[in-house]
Structures are given as structure tokens and as C-alpha cells.
Design a protein around this ligand. Structure first.
Ligand SMILES: Cc1ncc(COP(=O)(O)O)c(C=O)c1O
Length: 512
């Protein structure tokens, strides 16, 4: 046997104060962070929500500020590392609290949520097993209970936190797929779905693309998706669903009907009661993608738009959209907890059956993840701090801003309304002197706003414009900052018009 020549270490390599869950450790780190954030915010560019410059220049400047891509031999120390990253993030990043930040379903995060998210990190608990963090399990269960009641689901309802709407939709379709296979006598989990005849998933033509991706990932194939037409209000047409379901033969397996409550661009809500009724007549799973729209339930004024949600088998919702959480805070709700049986699993090193029988079980059987961050903590802190009415006022404020933007677009000769405000988005177009140049100029003006750093507006395409139309490209305001004012919205639209005029002039000069 080789004798031990190394002397045993006399002291640990890391003082206990470097751990977050030590009193001085957290105090030192948060003081350093608060100081760095304060300094960086005070020096923040005044021009707009995104740094000016071409993407390659902005990214290069950020990379230069970070320094050589080398692991330092000796660390910089906590304070210096936090200061460096804070400067990089604030100087070269986006400022969602800026009133001209209106591109995506990406709200400014609430202070209480960010603080609680740090708290979740301090505990570093995980949701998969009881002995990875009982309190985190309790907080997630509390949150799921609150959300299932808000959705007006019954006592058998359940749910799980996910890394976002795309993953909630994937999980929902996995549960629906396995339920459909089970009805055909196929154990999909064990044998796959090769024997499942012609799987079909219905959704509207405006459903989020994550439904298509989920079908690909689940082995159903994107071709399984049957997009159904929408009506003039951009809502799935129930008559089209009834006809499509009725025309399926025994060579097909209807897996799910995916309704959308809050389409990404327009905020339109499919007719949930009719869809659920038709799906139920055919014994098909109803999933509602309410990633964007669920937050309407916080508002007395808007809640009834989601009537019929309670009839769904599963619901996707994202509190990092309407909910003002730092990403990610996705949730999947199911109307009946037994739906999770498809994910149930006992693993020797995590949750053996005898431990589980004795009550030492976690939430491994609700998710495809093993280690899972306690994202429920930030959402629970937010709901407790602001309550339904506090959140409802924020929703109403954003809705009112969108309505104001709609009125201003209608009244403005340089702009053209494409779709009115349903929730918190407005879709419109800059009106070009030459209609044939509309797409080119609208695309260019948005890039100009990005390059000058003056505003963040969204872009989409109007599917109803027909293929080959030069008027498909639209601009979109996604208004999720409840501290913005109608004057801010007017200023934002003025900035858009100004950029449009500049782009038209530059195009003319280029052509001359
Ligand atoms: C209706 C809808 N579903 C799903 C998603 C995907 O959500 P996430 O980006 O959290 O994956 C979005 C994103 O905008 C959405 O609008």
C-alpha cells in the first residue's frame, strides 16, 4: 500500500461566509450586488431600452468588456466579479422598465419576485424528492392550489412548474398522447407510439409554434398538426373543428384539441366552451394554451374572456408573461391529478417505493426534469405581496395602454391598424407612400429603432394578407409595463413614425 504523503488540510479552502446560506455571506454579496446595480443604473444610457449600434458591434463591445475567454487562475473575488457582470448586463442589455420597450411578451420583473428568486437560490432546494427540499414542495403545492382555484378547476386538479410555455405545451401533449394511446390499448411509455394509427392534433392557424415542435419531439410528427381557420376576430372556428373531428376515420387517432387563450400576436381567445364541448363529444383531450392570456384572470374587467377554461383537461400558463416574473415561471395545470400517471416513476436513489409509501416522496412524477428549481417561490412571494387586486390593476393598466395605442393608431394618418387591442398587444403598420414598399420599409424601420437604440417594437406577419402580398409585415406593441403612461405610448408611436419617414427617405436616396 502506498503511504499517504499528503498532509491533511488544516482549514477548508472556502470560508463559510462564502456560502449564500450563511449570515454574513448573503449580506456581503447582496450589498456588493446592490451597490453595483445602483452604480450601473445611474450610468445607464438615457437614449432608449437597447444599446445603440449594429449587433456585431454591441456584442463585440460586451465581449471585450468581459475580457479574454480564459478561466482566471486566481479569481477576481466576489465583489469585482459582480461589478463586472452588472456593468456588462446593464450597459449592453435591454431595459424592460423603459417605456419604449414593447417588443415581446417579456415584462419588467417585479422587485419582490427577483428578491424571492434569490431566496430560492439561497436554499438551492429541488422539487424532485422530499429530502431535496420539503419547503420548496410545500410552496409549489400552495401555488398550484391557488392557480387551480383561479382557473376554477375542481378538487382533483393538480399542476407543476415548468421552464416555460413551450415546455408546458410539450408536457400537456405528452399526457394527451399517452392517454390517447391508452384508449387504443397501447402502453406508449413502454413501447412507443409506432402502433398509434394516424395521430392528429387540432389547433387554430394562430396557435403558437411550440405545439408543432412538441408534436415533432413526441414522435407524432409536425404533420399531425391540423391548423384550423380562424374567424374575423382571430378565434378558432368551432364549426371547422366539428367538421374536422367528424371526418376522421378509424385510421386516425385524435390526440388533442389545442385552444389558445391569448394568441401571441393578437391576444385573441378561442371560444373555449364550444371547443371543450366538441372535443368532449369525441372523447378528445382539450388543452388550452393560456401562456399569455391566463393573467386576464387577475382582472375583474377581463376575467370573463377566459370562461370555459375550467372545462379543459390541461392548461398552460406563463407567469413570466402577464405575472411580471423573471423567466422562467411556466406552469402546467391538469384538471385531474391522475393525468400525471404517465410520468410516474420510482428511482432507487431518489424515491424508492417504501420511502414514498411512508410519505417521503417528492414531485419527480410530475415532470420530465429530475433536479428542478423552486421557481414557485418568486411567484408565491408576488401573489402574497400584491394579491389578486394588485395584479389585476397591473393587467388593467397594460390593457388600457394597449387600448390607447389602438385609438392613437386609428387617428394617425401615418399608421394603419391591423388588429385591435384584445389584451395588451396592438398590431399595426407604418403607411408608406408607395404601398408596394410597405413590407420593406416596415421591416427596415424596426431594425432602425434597434440600431439607434431608441425603441423596442415587435414585428409579425398578417397571415390574412395572402401569399405574395407586399403588405404582410406588421409592427406590434406588446405593452406589459404597468408604470408606462399614455404620454409614453404617444412618444413611442411618434418615434416609430419618425423612423418610418427616415427609412422611406433613405430608400428614395438609395434608389436615386
Ligand atoms: C401562446 C403562447 N404559447 C406558448 C409560448 C411559449 O412560451 P415560452 O416562451 O415561455 O416557451 C408563447 C410565447 O410567446 C405564447 O405566446
Amino acid at each position: 500500500m502506498t503511504p499517504l504523503t499528503e498532509a491533511p488540510p488544516t482549514a477548508p479552502p472556502l470560508p463559510a461566509s462564502q456560502l449564500a446560506a450563511s449570515r454574513q455571506g448573503l449580506a456581503d454579496v447582496t450589498a456588493a450586488l446592490a451597490g453595483a446595480v445602483d452604480t450601473a443604473l445611474a450610468a445607464r444610457r438615457p437614449t432608449g431600452p437597447i444599446p445603440a449600434g449594429r449587433p456585431e458591434d454591441v456584442l463585440k463591445a460586451a465581449a471585450d468588456a468581459l475580457g479574454a475567454q480564459e478561466l482566471p487562475t486566481e479569481g477576481l473575488g466576489t465583489r469585482a466579479a459582480l461589478e463586472l457582470l452588472t456593468t456588462v448586463l446593464v450597459e449592453y442589455g435591454i431595459d424592460l422598465s423603459h417605456p419604449r420597450a414593447a417588443a415581446h411578451l417579456q415584462p419588467p420583473a417585479l422587485a419582490v419576485a427577483v428578491a424571492a428568486d434569490t431566496l430560492a437560490g439561497v436554499t438551492n432546494a429541488s422539487l424532485d424528492t422530499y429530502d431535496s427540499g420539503p419547503s420548496a414542495i410545500a410552496v409549489e403545492r400552495w401555488l398550484i392550489g391557488v392557480l387551480t382555484r383561479l382557473a376554477r378547476f375542481g378538487e382533483r386538479a393538480d399542476g407543476v412548474l415548468t421552464p416555460g410555455g413551450s415546455l408546458s405545451n410539450l408536457l400537456a401533449l405528452l399526457l394527451a398522447r399517452d392517454a390517447a394511446a391508452h384508449r387504443r390499448g397501447i402502453d406508449a411509455r413502454r413501447h412507443g407510439i409506432a402502433a398509434l394509427p394516424g395521430p392528429v392534433v387540432f389547433c387554430s392557424e394562430l396557435a403558437h409554434f411550440s405545439t408543432h415542435r412538441a408534436c415533432a419531439a413526441l414522435g407524432l410528427g409536425e404533420a399531425a398538426v391540423r391548423p384550423l381557420p380562424v374567424d374575423a376576430h382571430r378565434r378558432m372556428r368551432p364549426d371547422a373543428l366539428r367538421q374536422a373531428l367528424g371526418s376522421l376515420g378509424p385510421e386516425h387517432t385524435p390526440v388533442a384539441v389545442v385552444a389558445t387563450a391569448g394568441t401571441t400576436d393578437y391576444g385573441s381567445v378561442d371560444p373555449l366552451p364550444e371547443i371543450a364541448e366538441i372535443a368532449a363529444e369525441h372523447g378528445v383531450w382539450t388543452h388550452v394554451d393560456a401562456a399569455y392570456g391566463f393573467g386576464a384572470l387577475f382582472s375583474d374587467r377581463l376575467a370573463d374572456r377566459l370562461t370555459g377554461l375550467e372545462l379543459a383537461d390541461s392548461v398552460t400558463l406563463d407567469l413570466h408573461k402577464i405575472g411580471w416574473q423573471p423567466a422562467a415561471c411556466g406552469v402546467l395545470l391538469v384538471s385531474d391529478t391522475t393525468a400525471f400517471t404517465a410520468l410516474d416513476r420510482h428511482v432507487a436513489y431518489l424515491n424508492p417505493a417504501d420511502d414514498a409509501d411512508a410519505g417521503y416522496d417528492g414531485l419527480l412524477g410530475r415532470s420530465l426534469q429530475t433536479t428542478r428549481r423552486p421557481d414557485a417561490v418568486k411567484a408565491a412571494a408576488t401573489l402574497l405581496a400584491h394579491g389578486r387586486e394588485g395584479l389585476g390593476r397591473m393587467v388593467d393598466a397594460c390593457h388600457a395602454l394597449a387600448r390607447h395605442a389602438e385609438r392613437r393608431v386609428r387617428a394617425e394618418p401615418a399608421l394603419e391598424l391591423v388588429a385591435p387591442a384584445e389584451l395588451t398587444t396592438v398590431v399595426f403598420r407604418y403607411r408608406t407612400a408607395d404601398p408596394a414598399a410597405a413590407d420593406e420599409i416596415n421591416g427596415a424601420l424596426r431594425r432602425r429603432l434597434l440600431e439607434t437604440g431608441t425603441a423596442l417594437v415587435g414585428r409579425t406577419e398578417d397571415a390574412t394578407a395572402g401569399p405574395g402580398s407586399p403588405q404582410r409585415v406588421c409592427l406590434k406593441l406588446t405593452l406589459l409595463n404597468p408604470t408606462a403612461t399614455t404620454t409614453d405610448i404617444d412618444g413611442l408611436l411618434d418615434t416609430v413614425i419618425e423612423a418610418g419617414r427616415t427609412c422611406e427617405r433613405l430608400a428614395e436616396e438609395g434608389a436615386a
